[in-house]
Design a protein around this ligand. Structure first.
Ligand SMILES: Nc1ncnc2c1ncn2[C@@H]1O[C@H](COP(=O)(O)OP(=O)(O)O)[C@@H](O)[C@H]1O
Ligand SMILES: [Mg+2]
Length: 278
């Protein structure tokens, strides 16, 4: 396949993904694609199926969940992959950050050790000196101050925003191609939220990272999806009701539900020069 064609093939292709819990449909035949280096925002109210979708991508749904459809990542269908192969992809090619950094970190393990573990899980033979250098570089890259000193601290010695930075360091240390960020800033106050969004924007550029950015807050999603080629998909009751660039979505939302989401996201249009076409 010629270079230009292969580079246009999406990194992630989800087709007719359907997920049910105890016979109740939570995700209803959704399809979307994501190209390398781009961000897809997934927005919708609580319970609309966003987290179920992100867990399906990592095949981390509870055993009781039933799912059908296809999730192509590169040339593989993740839903059909043997568990051993899925384990080697998880945390290496596809990484994830969640809403509550405290629950994702081990409270009794030094943070430097936790970042090192993420690396060693996939590269167990990395020499000690190199592990230390990589951990320090990762902590430095996510903007943690004095990594040499803080390496030996425990999660509770960091602020909420710093803990999310540690999780981002853990997520990125194996240089994944796709980052799934499920409500990564929801537990943070607005100032810290903006700092984390700025960090993710910087990292996606330096790592050519594709990102699935999930939030119930359309204003936050719009900030995460502000680069050319980024798109926002709107989810309601398990279905994708609309998908567009942030610009088009705000200029001309097609769906009544999107218009309602826009109406409840005042931070995005208070400073715009013309009124929304509602
Ligand atoms: N482990 C589970 N067991 C049963 N139902 C679940 C489970 N996880 C999610 N659900 C249901 O699936 C639907 C979608 O949930 P979720 O994906 O968490 O929504 P969102 O992330 O958009 O808030 C909801 O109705 C929720 O109650
Ligand atoms: Mg959720």
């Amino acid at each position: 396949m010629p270079e230009s064609e292969s580079s246009q093939r999406p990194l992630l292709e989800v087709s007719k993904l359907t997920i049910a819990f105890a016979g109740k449909t939570a995700v209803d035949s959704i399809s979307f694609t994501l190209a390398a280096g781009k961000t897809l925002g997934l927005v919708g109210e609580s319970g609309s199926g966003k987290s179920a979708t992100s867990l399906a991508l990592l095949r981390l749904l509870p055993l009781s969940a039933r799912f059908t459809g296809e999730i192509r990542f590169g040339d593989r269908n993740l839903l059909a992959l043997p568990e051993a192969e899925m384990r080697s992809l998880r945390g290496r090619s596809i990484a994830m950050i969640f809403q509550e950094p405290m629950t994702a970190l081990n409270p009794v393990m030094r943070v430097g050790h936790q970042v090192a573990e993420a690396l060693l899980a996939h590269h167990p033979r990395t020499p000690r000196a190199e592990v230390r250098a990589r951990v320090l570089a990762a902590m430095h890259e996510v903007g943690l101050p004095d990594p040499e000193l803080r390496l030996r601290d425990y999660p509770h010695q960091f602020s909420g925003g710093q803990r999310q930075r540690i999780l981002i360091a853990i997520a990125l240390i194996n240089r994944p191609r796709l980052l799934i960020a499920d409500e990564p800033t929801t537990a943070l106050d607005v100032t810290v939220q903006a700092q984390i969004l700025a960090l993710l924007r910087e990292l996606r550029r330096t790592h050519n990272l594709a990102m699935l950015f999930i939030s119930h807050d359309l204003a936050v999603v719009a900030q995460a999806c502000d680069q050319p080629g980024d798109r926002i998909a709107v989810m309601q009751h398990g279905q994708l009701v609309e998908s567009a660039s942030a610009h088009d979505l705000f200029r001309a939302p097609r769906h009544a539900y999107t218009r309602r989401l826009l109406a409840s996201a005042p931070t995005m249009h208070t400073d715009r020069d013309r009124p929304l076409a509602l």
